[in-house]
Design a protein around this ligand. Structure first.
Ligand code: MN
Length: 137
């Protein structure tokens, strides 16, 4: 076995995110592994831009209050211990609620063929971010 050397925490680039977002690379597999695992921390109101993952993505909420929305759907509020999956190519965003920090474990796969594993789109506007939330009860 191997105890991995922790990588420095990175600030997420502003051209892909709104607000303060930091991540730790937990694991990035070497070929033939395509495993990717990041712990991502969002300040209140911070969120990703619209984007999709070529092989889908699983998000496991670790702390705080998360907001996740797929294109065409309502905003879903998620809490620690909950897990959401976005299928390959489904455009979506994820971030913290306006009044809470949020951290999630992001799990996805690299494409393995050199193509882009995440395709980035438009910023999530304040109007979109403050849109209606799904009633899950
Ligand atoms: Mn995503």
């Amino acid at each position: 076995m191997e105890i991995l050397k922790p990588q420095p925490t990175s600030k997420a680039p502003g051209d892909w995110f709104t607000g303060d977002v930091w991540w730790d690379v937990i694991y990035a597999g070497q070929e033939p592994s395509r495993m990717r695992a990041n712990m991502v921390r969002f300040a209140p109101c911070a969120r990703t831009d619209w984007h999709s993952h070529s092989l889908g993505q699983t998000l496991h909420i670790v702390s705080g209050t998360a907001l996740v929305q797929a294109r065409g759907g309502e905003i879903v509020e998620l809490h620690p211990g909950e897990t959401v999956y976005t299928p390959a190519g489904e455009e979506h965003w994820h971030g913290a609620a306006p009044d809470r920090f949020m951290s999630h474990l992001a799990l996805w796969e690299g494409p393995g063929d050199g193509s882009t594993e995440t395709t980035w789109g438009d910023k999530v506007t304040d109007e979109e971010y403050n849109g209606p939330r799904a009633n899950r009860r």
